[in-house]
Write a protein that binds this ligand. Structure first.
Ligand code: 5GP
Ligand code: 5GP
Length: 230
């Protein structure tokens, strides 16, 4: 009788542990935006920019962030105050981060402030899937999967300061990646609309690009946009 009772208690405990693990693994977002910025456009504004202390970045798209999002367009942020950015966890990624995720904000920085902001605001909301090291490693891997500048160049779209149709830019990226991006523009000092950021969507496992469930709502670009040099 006693052993039967103990067996039931063990079963109840097991169910409880199972329930807790399901709760913990529950995804608390629906997909990611993977956002890349064109440094030429970040710098070509009234606010201008500052090159990182480690030197002028390559003329390539740089990572802005990997942002957990909900299908309704809203998004979680600053999800875990108990997981502050810890640069010692990504010391092996540092040179790759400097190259692929450079900071252009002023005053000049070495990237830590930017990465720390991205981890704390966005990364902590995907901790059920990616720890801090995995978060940064994953973003670097995603960038390696799509060569945006090459995709545009193949379509004759180059950062030469001239204007291209928004449709031709989207088509070139769709052709190369299989997925339609969202394009965000900013304006230069004369008010011209230019190619600032490219958004692609990624599944919750953070390994596959997907069709975006929803596009960000923001102001639209003009139908012709500039692609400034860097
Ligand atoms: P802005 O207001 O300049 O578009 O965005 C400011 C910041 O809000 C972005 O850099 C990003 O951190 C966050 N943000 C803006 N739109 C989205 C979105 O659709 N999804 C997520 N996850 N973050 C966003
Ligand atoms: P988000 O827009 O992701 O919320 O925040 C971007 C934050 O990172 C801002 O506080 C911005 O000043 C800082 N930041 C530092 N470097 C960069 C950069 O190269 N690009 C962008 N967009 N923001 C940067």
């Amino acid at each position: 009788m006693e052993s039967k009772r103990q067996f039931s208690i063990i079963l109840i405990k097991l169910f409880f542990i199972q329930y807790l693990s399901v709760l913990c693994a529950a995804r608390n977002f629906d997909f990611f935006y993977f956002v890349l910025q064109w440094p030429g456009s970040y710098c070509d504004t009234a606010k201008s920019c500052c090159y990182p202390t480690t030197g002028k970045p390559a003329a390539d798209f740089g990572i802005h962030g990997l942002w957990p999002n909900y299908n309704d367009g809203s998004y979680p942020s600053n999800c875990d105050p108990n997981a502050p950015f810890d640069q010692s966890q990504i010391s092996d990624l540092r040179s790759s981060m400097q190259k692929n995720w450079p900071t252009l904000a002023c005053p000049s920085g070495n990237g830590i402030t930017f990465w720390s902001h991205e981890w704390e605001k966005h990364g902590t909301c995907s901790e059920s899937v990616l720890n801090q090291h995995q978060y940064f490693q994953t973003a670097l891997n995603l960038k390696n999967q799509i060569h945006l500048l090459q995709a545009l160049r193949t379509a004759g779209i180059v950062p030469d300061g001239s204007s291209y149709s928004l449709e031709s830019i989207k088509d070139a990226i769709k052709e190369a990646s299989g997925f339609s991006p969202w394009i965000e523009c900013n304006v230069d000092e004369s008010g011209n609309s230019q190619l600032y950021q490219i958004y692609l969507c990624v599944d919750t496992s953070a390994s596959n690009f997907i069709n975006c469930p929803v596009f960000p709502n923001g102001k639209k670009c003009g139908s012709q946009i500039e692609f400034p040099p860097f």
